[in-house]
Design a binder for this molecule. Structure first.
Ligand SMILES: NC(=O)c1ccc[n+]([C@@H]2O[C@H](COP(=O)([O-])OP(=O)(O)OC[C@H]3O[C@@H](n4cnc5c(N)ncnc54)[C@H](O)[C@@H]3O)[C@@H](O)[C@H]2O)c1
Length: 324
């Protein structure tokens, strides 16, 4: 089985390529290296190209016969998506349409999509089940929902089969230390915290303390990137076997507040964080928590690395090894 991984040089994509190769898939990574890095790609073939370049995408499908496509490549910063929605709509929708249309022309009918918990908006129930209303509150989340809708329409009209995986907070790094999280700018809590503890970033901004949570800071559901990667391979194998289109949450169903994460990181690293309090940001919900039941049941998936301590230990090893 041969798969195209769009965005395979990025954080979650590269961990998934590693898992795909380990499970015997032949992999071609398609990436423009805008945020990803060549050194993160664990193996397989590599095409350097931009998904917004329709001809380049088509050419990849003309050159190789793929059994499926996994699509990780998108712009991912919620804050930026408020400031420049045009950039987000153009990038995230056009890149997905170019891929889907090239797949259609080439007769490739299986697609795994990196969606997000952002499709839910403000939780009405916790933990959030897949049947929760889809009311994203920022342009980034809306781009994810629109792609999910496109997949439904392409499924009905052209027979596309797909799994939309709605990730909660991806965190941690390959336990073997070969790859980890490297966004620039980094907007995620754990890498910013660890880089601060390494003396490579200023004091950590903590938003709150007026969230209605026990310690006043936001609670998030962190899932280890290796557990995410395994779920992708299981979803792909199931899709190729039974062709059932699905949307699944990928989270740990266990929440930690920002202060709990800081305390755990201090414990793991033996260092003390300096924290700067900031007022709560617009659009930040107090608690996000996934129901993971459906993913576990349908994929036969179990979490192996998503204890907070493992997440922080693996991420710490990765950041320390970077040397800057
Ligand atoms: N990181 C998280 O916690 C999280 C949570 C929910 C959803 N997601 C989704 O998961 C996916 C991967 O996230 P990530 O954190 O690994 O991001 P990332 O920025 O590390 O990876 C994205 C990859 O896509 C590539 N890319 C971007 N635009 C491209 C284009 N036009 N053509 C070719 N390649 C392009 C980048 O170079 C990079 O390698 C994204 O779709 C994101 O929205 C991430």
């Amino acid at each position: 089985m041969k798969v195209l991984v769009a965005g395979g040089a990025g954080y979650i994509g590269s961990h998934t390529v590693q898992e795909l190769l380990a499970r015997g898939f032949a992999v071609v990574t398609f990436d423009d290296f805008s945020t990803g890095r060549r050194e993160l790609i664990p193996g397989g073939e590599v095409i350097e190209g931009d998904l917004l370049d329709r001809d380049a995408v088509r050419a990849a499908f003309r050159a190789t016969r793929f059994d499926a496509v996994l699509h990780f490549a998108s712009l991912i910063q919620v804050g930026e998506s408020y400031r420049d929605p045009a950039k987000y709509y153009t990038h995230n929708l056009d890149s997905s349409l170019n891929l889907l249309d090239a797949m259609r022309e080439a007769g490739v009918g299986a697609f795994i999509f990196s969606s997000s918990a952002a499709v839910y908006g403000v939780p009405e129930v916790l933990p959030i089940p897949e049947t929760h209303p889809l009311k994203p509150i920022n342009p980034y989340g809306r781009t994810k929902l629109f792609v999910e809708r496109i997949l439904e329409d392409y499924g009905r009209a052209y027979g596309l089969r797909y799994v939309s995986l709605r990730y909660f907070n991806a965190a941690g790094a390959d336990p073997g230390g070969r790859r980890g999280e490297l966004h620039d700018p980094e907007t995620h809590l754990i890498p910013n915290l660890l880089r601060h503890l390494l003396g490579r970033a200023p004091a950590l901004e903590v938003f709150g303390p007026d969230f209605p949570t026990p310690d006043g800071t936001a609670i998030r559901d962190f899932i280890h990137v290796s557990d995410l990667a395994v779920a992708h391979v299981l979803a792909l194998e199931k899709l190729l076997a039974d062709g059932e289109s699905l949307a699944l949450n990928l989270g740990a169903s266990r929440g930690y507040s920002v202060l709990e994460v800081i305390r755990k990181a201090e414990e793991v690293t033996g260092r003390k964080a300096a924290v700067e309090r900031r007022p709560r940001r617009e659009g930040d919900v107090p608690v996000l928590l996934a129901s993971k039941e459906l993913a576990e049941r349908t994929l036969g998936w179990t979490l192996r690395q998503s204890e907070l301590e493992t997440i922080i230990e693996t991420a710490w090893r990765w950041h320390r090894s970077r040397g800057r």
